[in-house]
Structure formats: C-alpha cells, structure tokens
Write a protein that binds this ligand. Structure first.
Ligand SMILES: Cc1ncc(COP(=O)(O)O)c(C=O)c1O
Length: 339
C-alpha cells in the first residue's frame, strides 16, 4: 500500500530506531533528560528563540501556547480552517475559556487584510481579542506556504491591534524548505512557535514549543498540568533529533513527489488540483462525483488517500513514499477519478 493519508504515517527508519535505542536518558520531570535537553537547545537555536520545550504532541503545544498567550474570556483570531479549530476538540474553549474567532480569508489563507477586517471595534459590549494564531504551512489549504513578507505583514496586523502571536508551525520545516526563508526569520514573527517532529521529519511522536525564556518556563507548568510531563523522554527526543539532522534536508523530495502526483491527477475525471506549495495535494472532484468510491477504488489498487470533505481528497507525501511511488500513485488515482 502506498499510504498518502498523512505525513504522520511514517515508521521510524532503522537508523532512527538505533538512535532511540542508544539515547542517553534521565528523568525529565525530576531533574532532566540529557537528550531532551539537547533537542530543546537545538530547536531553540534553529528557531532563533531563547528556549524550547519538548511536547508529546503538537496539539498539546498549541493548547499550551493559547493558555499562555490568550486571556480567559477573550478571543483568539485564526484562519477558519486552522488545525486549532478543526482538529483540537474546542481545546481553547474547554481548557482556557478562550473563544476562537475564525477569519474566513479573502484568499486561500489569512493575510494582514483579513485580520484588519476581522477585528472588532473596541466596545464595552463585545469581547476583546488577545491572540492571533497563524498556521504555516497551512494544512487545510493544502500545505500552502505564507511567504515571509506576507507572514511579517500578517503578524504586524495582529501586533498593531495589541495581540500576542502564536505560530502553529507543525510543518514550518516545509515552509522553510519551499521558500528558502531561514527558520529563525519565519519564527521571528511570533511569540511562540510550535514545530512537529512526527510529520515530515519522520519521528514517531513529538513536538516543541519555542519562545522567550519566561514563557517557556511557564509552559513547563502548563505542560505538567495537561499531563504532558514525560520521564525518560530521551528515547523519543532522540528520534526527533535524528529527524532534524537526517530528514530536514530531504523534505524537498516530498515537495517534488507532490508536484509529480499533482501533475498526473490534474484534470483526471474533471478533478481540479490545488497546485502544491509543499508536500500536500488537495483535489476537488467534478460536480456530482463523490469521494467515497474514488477513495475505495484507489485503495483497491494499492493507494490510500483521505476523504478531506465530501468533494475534496487529500494526498500527502513523506519519507516512506519514493519518487516511483508518487508516479504510480498518480496513475492509480487518476484512473480512480476517471472510472
Ligand atoms: C497544522 C497542524 N497543527 C497541529 C497538528 C497537531 O499535531 P499532533 O498530531 O502532534 O497533535 C497537526 C497534525 O496533523 C497539524 O497538521
């Protein structure tokens, strides 16, 4: 099976498993784990932040950032198709008493203009906003990149309104790879940045939250409260470090494979493909066609893809998909679309 359902389906390579097996460990809740510390130090440096904290998941790191940067009883602004809104079970509302105010962008993802249009006029009758959340790359928009100048303008629009800024950079690695913009410049627009190790970098688990020292010290407490204190976590931090060292530099191959696939699928059975910026390909079916039979036909022929909505399919390229796989998958899915 060529599994294109997500870039989270990768299995650790033999070299990654060996790094995990040989990791030096300690009790990271009690007095520290050296491999976790090494990962946090390296990620903070890559992102140009004072400090970073290792998390079991991107979701917990996002929710920790919201806890720290948004005041209860206020609003956090974000793109209407953000992971924080679509896939985190109303965590901001349940955990922190924060209302997510979703912005439907004029284009594909939010830009400065969308923040300006979405801000409420100050009023004694309406909630204040305290936070802007940015997702880069944007999963729901098909792995779309917000390039550095637009990202800077977007964050500046939030800052001008007095908002803190958090970046869900689960795939910031891909934005960096696609545009060549340095990670630390992309990260500089936000107070806190979440990056994921379990997607393009191929680790089995883990994310980090990076930011100023005082915030990351406070994040330690919030992570513990959420049940995210991890003991001999060096075992998994070693996998994340291996991913940063060995797999960051190969992400462009996933982008190439996504383009190959997109090219083969475009127009098949009338499908419209969103030209991929990075490793995610979204395609919309012709009017009247349903996703379920297409997904089933592709699966029967050896390719797993996701039904993103009743009319949209997602295919994601990653470490376990070769260039040859991308080409065969493109032919198989094109046939499923045409059939
Ligand atoms: C954009 C984005 N943010 C956050 C997450 C959450 O990461 P995790 O699955 O580690 O909780 C994901 C996972 O797919 C994601 O795509």
């Amino acid at each position: 099976m060529i599994d294109l359902r997500s870039d989270t389906v990768t299995r650790p390579t033999a070299a990654m498993r060996s790094a995990m097996a040989n990791a030096e460990v300690g009790d990271d809740v009690l007095d520290g784990d050296p491999t976790v510390r090494a990962l946090e130090t390296e990620v903070a440096a890559l992102l140009g932040k004072d400090a970073a904290l290792f998390f079991p998941s991107g979701t917990m790191a996002n929710q920790t950032a919201i806890w720290l940067l948004a005041e209860p009883g206020t609003e956090a602004l974000c793109d209407a198709r953000s992971h924080i809104v679509d896939w985190e079970f109303a965590g901001a509302a349940v955990l922190r008493g924060v209302q997510m105010r979703t912005l439907t962008p004029l284009g594909e993802t939010i830009r400065a203009i969308d923040v300006e249009r979405g801000l409420r006029a100050p009023s004694r009758h309406a909630p204040r906003a305290t936070l802007l959340c940015i997702e880069n790359t944007h999963n729901g928009a098909g792995g779309m990149v917000t390039p550095l100048p637009e990202l800077q303008a977007l964050a500046a629009a939030g800052r001008a309104a007095g908002l803190n800024v958090h970046m869900d950079g689960a795939r910031l690695w891909n934005a960096h790879t696609a545009t060549g913009a340095p990670l630390h410049e992309l990260a500089a627009v936000a107070d806190t940045v979440m990056v994921s190790f379990s997607k393009g970098l191929g680790a089995p688990i883990g994310a980090a939250l990076a930011g100023p020292k005082a915030l990351i010290d406070a994040a330690w407490e919030v992570r513990k409260r959420f049940g995210g204190g991890m003991r001999q976590a060096g075992i998994i931090a070693a996998a994340a470090l291996h991913g940063v060292h060995q797999h960051l530099s190969r992400l462009h191959l996933d982008h190439d494979n996504a383009r190959t696939f997109a090219h083969l699928v475009a127009g098949a059975g009338g499908a419209r493909v969103v030209a991929p910026d990075t490793n995610i390909v979204m395609f919309d079916l012709r009017a009247g066609q349903r996703v379920a039979p297409v997904v089933a036909a592709a699966r029967a022929a050896g390719v797993a893809i996701s039904d993103w909505s009743p009319t949209r399919i997602r295919a994601v390229f990653h470490l376990d998909v070769s260039a040859a796989d991308a080409t065969s998958a493109g032919h198989i899915v094109a046939a499923a679309l045409a059939g």
